[in-house]
Write a protein of this length. Sequence first.
Length: 107
Amino acid sequence: MRWSGVQIPPDPLCGISLEAKLKVSNLSSPVRFWYSAFSKFFIMSKYDFGGLEKHPANILRLISELEGSYQLCKYMGFEEDMKILDKMKRPYYKLYFKTKKEYDNPL
């Protein structure tokens, strides 16, 4: 994998659980404790479950996807699915306006 001109070798243990990585590595116990306690904080990316910030722009992206699905269901005649998607959109609109207000007024 290449990133900004630096070649990063692939992780040979990428498909192995954290516990298995700790058993394979020869880490001392204090380092092992630190790694097991804080590794999720450092390893988590925006592609992990819950890794994407609940920023108003990200919530709008989700709303946009739901609106697009709603329109496709409308054009294809799936009325029941339209109703389900409409119910799904409502809490995200509320969350968007709430977070937008918090980001605009950070007091």
